[in-house]
Every structure is written in structure tokens, then in C-alpha cells.
Design a protein around this ligand. Structure first.
Ligand code: IGP
Length: 269
């Protein structure tokens, strides 16, 4: 499975990170940093729309290869914000997604919406790193973490002001996450990790099992107004879209079209 390969590579990266990382120094710097922007809050209560949007800055992926050859992360982020996205997700994994920590930091300096650091977190040092490079939230993928890791990483993230999007792919992962009782923002990845295919029914199946009070996000394979309308009908609070925007000449126009479509652009019910 491709996740195993990514995790193997990530372990090597984390060893490198470990050789330069000092917890006390990280904590000292973080203590002097401005507070994070509320990622989860931007997707729920303070919003004006009835469907939250996380727009992703994504150059390439293992399943699709190069998605956007003419890739200018800061321009893309500015376009997303101008068109009214609530939050931005930035891929920082280099090996498989051609992302970079520097993209996130540059975007942080250019825009004022909450940023998700999209990477494969398998070690607590990466959580501090995310905060240091300018993230407001991190992703924790249930498929690659034990229940104990999930619990303790959630706690660490919160202790340094980061929100956490916990990603699940199936019922079992969701049950584990719900048992922890501390995840308030949960994303369903519609991509099957074995076949790479996306199926929005995965969101339908899992969102139904989430209690009230959880902010429910649908991720991957969302490609237009019809998909968004369907996700709204099954109770999703927000959606995470990458490839669909990356393939449009103007991401700004694409978001405007999506958010301005009938019944979505209006006030939250
Ligand atoms: O490009 P898409 O199909 O719109 O998907 C975006 C996002 O959901 C996807 O990039 C993603 C979801 N979970 C991940 C975990 C790691 C890397 C990437 C992802």
C-alpha cells in the first residue's frame, strides 16, 4: 500500500528532523509567536455560508503525478482567499506530493486565513515543526497512527494552539477516533488507499455515524457543484478540495462559481 511507502520515507525524514530539533527551544520560540488563527472555528460558527471550504495547494500526488505544472503557491493562495475560501490546506510532503514547508511559510506571510499543514505526521516533533513554519492546524491520519498516538498528538497540538483535523477512511478508524472523545474536527477521506479511487459515498456512510458537535469534513474527489450539493445533503459541514481547483486556469473563478451556486452561497441555516 502506498501509505506504507510514504510512512517509511517519513521515518527517515523524522530522523533527520530529530537531529536538529530541541524541544525547549521550540517551546520558547512558539511562546513568542502570535496566536494561531482558529481553523475549526473558520469552518463552523463564524462562517456566513452553509458549507465550509478548505482549498488545497497541491502540485502533485502519487496517484495523479504532476497536477499543476505552472505552480505558484502564493498566487494560488491569494486567489483562493480573494474568492472567499474559509481555510487553505498546504501539502508540505516533498517526496510524494512535491510540497514544501517553505510554501506554507510563504503563504502564511501573504494571506490571513487559517492554514492546515497537510503532511504525514508520525512523530510529535512534526507537530512543533508545523507550528514553527506557520500552520494553524495539522492533519492526523488515523490509518497510520495508534490510538495512543492519536490521543497524545491531539493533546500536544492543542497545547501549542493548533487545531487538528483527524482523518478517517473507514468505520473502524472512526470508532477509534470517537472513543478518544477529544477530536472535534473529523475528515472523511473519500479516497480508497488501496485502489486510489474516490467515492463520496464513504462520506455518507461515516458522517452519519458522527455525533452532533463534531465538525464534519469531506475530503478528496470533490469536483463541482453537484458533488457539493450532495455533500451538503448528507450533513457535511465543510469540504476539502485540491485537484479540481488545481486543474482550473483560474482557481479564483472556480471557487466563485462553486460558492456562488444556487443554495450554497446564502447564509448558514
Ligand atoms: O485533490 P483532491 O482529490 O481534491 O483531494 C484533496 C485532499 O483531500 C487530499 O489531498 C488528501 C486527503 N488526505 C490526504 C492525506 C495526505 C495527503 C493528501 C491528502
Amino acid at each position: 500500500m502506498f501509505l506504507d511507502r510514504i510512512v517509511a520515507t517519513k521515518k527517515i525524514e523524522v530522523e533527520q528532523l530529530a537531529s536538529t530539533f530541541h524541544l525547549s527551544e521550540a517551546e520558547r520560540i512558539i511562546a513568542n509567536m502570535p496566536a494561531c488563527l482558529g481553523f475549526e472555528r473558520a469552518l463552523s460558527t463564524s462562517r456566513q455560508r452553509d458549507m465550509g471550504l478548505i482549498a488545497e495547494v497541491k502540485k502533485a500526488s502519487p496517484s495523479k503525478g504532476l497536477i499543476r505544472p505552472d505552480f505558484h503557491p502564493v498566487d494560488l493562495a491569494k486567489g483562493y482567499v480573494a474568492a472567499g475560501t474559509d481555510c487553505i490546506s498546504v501539502l508540505t510532503d516533498q517526496n510524494y506530493f512535491q510540497g514544501n514547508n517553505a510554501y506554507l511559510t510563504a503563504i502564511r506571510e501573504a494571506v490571513n486565513v487559517p492554514l492546515l499543514r497537510k503532511d504525514f505526521t508520525i512523530d510529535e516533533r512534526q507537530i512543533y515543526e508545523a507550528r514553527l513554519i506557520g500552520a494553524d492546524a495539522i492533519l492526523l491520519i488515523a490509518a497510520i497512527l495508534t490510538k495512543n498516538q492519536l490521543g497524545s498528538y491531539l493533546e500536544i497540538a492543542k497545547s501549542i494552539g493548533l487545531d487538528v483535523l483527524v482523518e478517517v477512511h473507514d468505520r473502524q478508524e472512526l470508532e477509534t477516533v470517537l472513543e478518544l472523545g477529544t477530536a472535534t474536527l473529523i475528515g472523511v477521506n473519500n479516497r480508497n488507499l488501496h485502489t486510489f479511487e474516490t467515492n463520496l459515498k464513504t462520506s455518507e456512510e461515516l458522517i452519519e455515524l458522527m455525533p452532533a458537535g463534531v465538525t464534519k469534513v469531506s475530503e478528496s474527489g470533490i469536483a463541482g457543484v453537484e458533488d457539493m450539493t450532495y455533500l451538503k445533503s448528507i450533513g457535511a459541514d465543510a469540504m476539502l478540495i485540491g485537484e479540481y481547483f488545481m486543474r482550473q486556469a483560474s482557481v479564483e473563478q472556480a471557487i466563485e462559481d462553486l460558492l456562488g451556486s444556487v443554495g450554497i452561497g446564502g447564509p448558514r441555516l
